[in-house]
Structure formats: C-alpha cells, structure tokens
Ligand binder design. Structure first.
Ligand code: HEM
Length: 503
C-alpha cells in the first residue's frame, strides 16, 4: 500500500513539476512569455484541440502568437519536463549555432527505426554520417537524379484510377519511390511490403504515430513512464499493428541491404550507384579507419531515416501545393503557362528548365511559408545548464523554435496570409534581402539544417510541373471541411480534396 501511495505522489510530483517552472517563467519574464501548460500532453493537447475546433492543428497557435507579438518565448511542457519554445529568430540563431549542446527528443519511440540515423544521432556519430552523405546531397550531385525523378513522376501520374483521388497518396507514392531509388537503386523491387507500395505504408505509419503522439493520453503516459517498452506493456490494437508494421518494414530493408552486401563483397573498385553503395563501400572496405565504426544496424536505420524524412515531408509540400492550386484557379493558370513556356514542348524536365521555373519555385516557397511541413522543429534537450541570451535553460529541459510564428509575421512578410509568388527569386531565396535569414527556416538552418532540402525542391518542382501538364486541379465540392493535421509532419489529412481533370 505504501508503495502505491509513494508511486502516486511521485507521479503527481512529476506531472506538476513543469507547472511550477511555467509559473516561474511567467513571474520572471511577464509579457515576454506565453504559457501553455497541460499535464503530460503539453503542447500536443492544444494541437488536437485546435484541429477539432478550427480544422487546423496550428491555427490556435498562429492566433495566439499573432495576438502576443511582444512575446519572446512560449513555455509549455513535454511529458514531465519544461519545454521552452523560442519565437524570435535571434534566439533560434544561437540554438542552431550551438546544436552540439542538445540532444533530440525521440519522437519516434520505436528505437529500431531511426535512432541511429542522421536525423536523431548526435556528436561524432552524427558528424561522421553528415560528412559521409553530405556531398551526395549537394545540388551538382542531385541533378543526376533528375531523369529518375521524371520517370517515377510520369509513371505514377499518367493513369490515375479516378478523377477524384487523394493527393497525399499519390504524392507519397512518388516521393517514397524517389528516395528508395536514390538509396537502393534497382533493389527497390525487393522492397514491396507484402505486395503493398512501401511509401503508402510509411504514410500510414507516420499518420498513425502522429495520432498516437498527439491524441492519446494513455500512450503518452505509458511512454513517459516506460519509454520504448511502451509497445510491450498493455498494448492496444493500434500499437500492436504499428509495431508489427515496423517489424515488416525493417525485415524487408534488412534483406535488401544484405543481398546488396553479398553482391559487393568481392568487388574492389565499384562505382557508387546510390547511397547504399556509398555506405557499403565504407563498411566493407574502410571501416577500420572509421571512428566510431559503422554497423549494419546503422546502415539499416540510415536508410529508414532518409525514407521517413524524405517521403512524408516532400509529399506534404506537393499535396499542399495541389490544394492551393485548386483553390486559386487564376494562379494555377499563370503557373501552368510558365511551365508550357519553359518546357517549350519537351517532355523531360531538365536542370536548365528547373532554373527557369521561377513562378513554380516562388509558389512552392509560399506553400512552405503558409503551411510549413515542419512548423516546429524536433524538441531538443539541453545537455548542460546554459543561457540563450538572458533566458536560463537547465540541463534536461527542452527547447524548440516555432518556424510558423515568423513565417506569417507582418514584420517580415507584408500581407502574410496572401500567396505572393513575387516575394521570391528563381533560386528560392527572398527578394527582400533585409529580412533576417533566420526568420523563415522551413528546412531549419545552421549545421543541422535539412540535408535533403535541394532534393525536396527539385522533386516538388518536377512533380508539380508534371501534374499541371497532365491535369487541371479543382476542389472536390463534396468535401465540406478541410483538415490540416499534425501527424509527425503538418499537412492535409488524407482525403479526396481534389478532382483531377485530364487536360
Ligand atoms: C519539403 C520537404 C522537407 C522539409 C520541409 C524538411 C524539413 C527538415 C527540417 C526542419 C529538418 C530539421 C529537423 C530538426 O532538427 O528539428 C530536417 C532535417 C533533415 N532532413 Fe529534411 N525536410 C524535407 C525533405 C527532406 C528530404 C527529401 C530528405 C532526404 C531524402 C530529408 C532528410 C533530412 C535529414 C537526414 C535531416 C537531418 C539532418 C541532420 O540533422 O544533419 N529531408 N528536414
């Protein structure tokens, strides 16, 4: 009995401890602070509430921040710890420059998936991974992928089963195959998951994880108490299904990697065809020079990292773009005319075409500004006591940055709610060079910015151009409520929002 009472007291202490810190912040910094405390769920609670009330998970935050522009930070909680969300670029600059002082919050609880990949790793392991793959994500290397991206997009777009079709399914099927081909090359055929398109599985996985994370208090409490054992203790059906899907995906990827390894074992001077070759070359031939050495599990998790990080994100951008095009018919026509002019009758989009698609680029940047795929970054836990300007952060607390807050800030963008493609230059940078470069960071910034950002933009530009060459997009009038949801990323729910009329 005494243990039960002690357990309950400990739980009450853990739950209320961040509340005391939230109150301390408000008392110390006054109007510079907005507070959002909810036991356990913290910020996630407001996301699910806002989705229900406004049809948009981040609408409540946008309004809150807009009405409190003087605020520098939003203080909330992440499970049992305080979460300090910075709202101004000057603070974000400091966090990014000192990224080694933090470790990322393991959003995806199942440690078998991405914990050893570049997105989540830290310290010397992360540095090694970034050095190994960074060069292959530079623009001059990525342009070699353009023909493959054209082929994948054309193949998936040419014959849609119906005129009403969820854009998210289509987009993730394209972006998923592109990442898989970039990583696994021709071995992608081995990755069909029990006959299902693997990228559809990833979309399902991420949406279900998102649901669990943002909407299930039961899952949150279990997770806070038992961490990765969350799947084995009192699992509900949704958790069992999710775990099972992860296992199937891991097994398939492992087999594809092992079969490639067998092929390469006897080959001394192979030419790198894809990212898996880059990794296996080091693993098989140079691992004794690596400190720390690469493991097979790391290769597996790196491939899943790129797959996760590269599929949903770009698919959300393409889906948002399709939706806005359907909503703004005149803009759709203007962008379509640009594509016709730039391509001048050619079918395959080249690097030269991409450079000249200025309106398409500006439009995609506006989509990222209005509906950033990552409206907040992954929360980061301080590894030591530190200051961000005058704000004290204790070891163990979490920090984050609200990308969304400045992307729609009148101080940086006039008429922030309007799509204005003229804000952007052809290379995707802002025409107004006086705007703080840290004000709009859809791909994060600094040393841990998105390694795949050029790939994402190349891909989205090709896919949107191909879509408009083939289809005229309209809103499906049968759908009366549009839902912008927080999965792990942020974007439209997977519904038939659009009709696809063949041109
Ligand atoms: C519209 C598309 C995309 C958006 C908006 C996006 C956004 C981001 C953001 C905000 C981060 C920083 C996360 C954080 O630290 O909190 C990030 C990191 C990362 N992204 Fe992307 N991303 C996109 C596409 C891609 C693609 C296509 C790939 C690869 C195929 C990719 C791979 C990664 C990786 C590996 C990291 C971790 C980099 C590191 O920590 O060194 N992303 N992305």
């Amino acid at each position: 009995m005494i243990y039960i009472i002690l357990g309950i007291l400990a739980l009450i202490y853990l739950i209320t401890q961040p509340l005391l810190i939230v109150i301390y912040f408000k008392m110390k910094y006054g109007k510079r602070v907005i507070i959002q405390y909810y036991p356990m769920l913290g910020l996630l609670r407001s996301l699910s509430q806002s989705r229900v009330i406004n049809g948009d998970a981040f609408e409540a935050f946008s309004v809150l921040i807009k009405n409190n522009r003087q605020a520098d930070i939003l203080v909330s909680n992440l499970l049992f710890r305080p979460l300090i969300i910075f709202l101004k670029p000057k603070y974000y600059r400091i966090i990014m420059q000192q990224h080694q002082d933090y470790r990322k919050f393991p959003m995806i609880v199942d440690k078998r998936l991405v914990s050893k990949g570049m997105l989540m790793e830290g310290g010397s392991k992360w540095k090694q991974q970034r050095n190994l793959l960074g060069v292959h994500f530079e623009y001059n290397k990525l342009i070699n992928l353009i023909p493959m991206i054209n082929d994948v997009a054309q193949k998936k777009l040419i014959n849609l089963p119906n005129s009403i079709f969820p854009a998210m399914n289509l987009a993730s099927s394209i972006t998923g195959e592109v990442v898989l081909r970039a990583f696994f090359g021709e071995d992608i055929a081995k990755l069909s998951l029990n006959g299902q398109d693997p990228s559809q599985c990833v979309t399902q996985l991420i949406t279900r994880f998102g649901q669990l994370i943002t909407e299930s208090r039961f899952f949150q409490i279990k997770r806070a108490l038992f961490e990765e054992k969350v799947f084995s203790l009192f699992p509900r059906q949704i958790e069992k299904d999710l775990y099972e899907m992860n296992t199937i995906m891991l097994d398939h990827m492992k087999k594809a990697i092992q079969s490639r390894m067998e092929k390469l074992k006897n080959c001394k001077n192979f030419v790198h065809q894809d990212y898996l070759d880059v990794y296996l070359d080091v693993y098989l031939n140079k691992n004794d020079q690596m400190n720390p050495p690469i493991t097979e599990d790391e290769i597996l998790q790196q491939s899943i990292t790129l797959y996760f990080a590269g599929t949903e994100t770009t698919a959300n951008l393409v889906t948002t773009a399709c939706y806005f095009l359907a909503e703004h018919q005149q803009l759709q026509e203007e962008i379509y005319q640009e594509i016709i002019e730039v391509l001048n009758g050619e079918q395959t989009i080249t690097a030269k075409h991409l450079q000249n698609l200025q309106k398409v680029t500006g439009f995609l940047m506006e989509c990222l500004r209005l509906k950033p795929v990552a409206p907040m970054l992954i929360s980061k836990q301080a590894l030591k006591d530190l200051y961000i300007e005058d704000i004290f952060i204790k070891k163990g607390w979490y920090v984050n940055y609200m990308v969304l807050s400045n992307a729609q800030n009148q101080e940086f963008f006039q008429n922030p709610k309007n799509i204005d493609i003229k804000r952007w230059k052809a290379d995707g940078t802002l025409k107004d060079s006086s705007i703080d470069p840290f004000a709009f960071v859809p791909f994060s910034a600094g040393g841990r910015n998105c390694i795949g950002q050029y790939l994402a933009l190349i891909e989205s530009k090709i896919v949107i151009s191909k879509i408009l060459l083939l289809y005229r997009l309209k809103l499906n009038e049968k759908i009366i409520r549009t839902e912008w949801i927080a999965k792990i990323t942020y974007g439209l729910s997977n519904q038939d929002y659009l009709t696809w009329e063949k041109r």
